[in-house]
Design a binder for this molecule. Sequence first.
Ligand SMILES: *[C@@H]1O[C@H](CO)[C@@H](O)[C@H](O)[C@H]1NC(C)=O
Length: 294
Amino acid sequence: MLLWLLFFPFLLEISSSFSSKVTLTDPNGGYFYSPEYHSDYPNDLSTTYSISAPDGYYIRITFLVFHTEQNYDTLTIYDGDSSDSKLLARLSGSRSGTVLVTSGNNVYMDFETDLAVNDRGFYAKYEVFLVGTNPQDLHGCPQSNYESAQFLGITSPNWPRNYTELLDCGYHIKVDPGYTIHLMIEAFQTEHFDYLRIYDGPNADANPIAELRDSPATPIDFTSTTNEMYMFFSTDLLYTDIGFAGVFWPVSADKSKAKLSKGNPIKETVPKIFDSPKISSLFHLRPARHLLIP
Ligand SMILES: *[C@@H]1O[C@H](CO)[C@@H](O)[C@H](O)[C@H]1NC(C)=O
């Protein structure tokens, strides 16, 4: 068996029903996610992710969303360019908000899932920083315009570290005409006098959909009626907290065209058309899922 594998190592690569490789090299950072995200990842999966930053830089990874079957569906993260590098972390279960920092300019990750039980998977941001420098906390608001033809993360400043006091941050979200926006708030925690308002339109004059404060059960899903959404995050001068993290994506307003992509989770060619999630109302609490697949 061993000899046979020596001569045919590629057979290892295709031994899983779903095997793929994702390579990310944008020096401005970006996002990566589990296969078929925002749907549950498939069973019997093997996907690797390699991120390379320019020489002299290191990488910080922040998991906005992380939910897998505890102990059985695992993302293993190595501090280098292969699985021979030093182990940085092995993640499974509910680990949203995990932040990892590499020592050098490469990180290698291996996502393996077993034959039964799946979950929502992960959605993560990567950023690159010059070695010897520390990422600075933001004393103010993050970017205010979010336009995307695929998934895009959206967080309070510094998440999952605390936001600062006295903020009035607007977030304008836009997708292509003919699409509506699905926004999923994955994590939310503020003190009682700090809040996030969500509006069904381009600004705070539009219909309010929700006001979130304290620590509501998450995830919370929202859909817009048009291709624009607005969020307003306000904090007072006393006490701060972790804030919020979410992901939004376009949903075809024309349900007859809806089609879910399969395959490599990170291609530039992620189709603009996604299956409409099963949302029964504008304000929908999704129950925790842990389904056994027969
Ligand atoms: C973050 O906010 C929490 C909740 O108010 C607080 O207990 C904690 O001390 C804060 N952490 C920092 C580093 O300010």
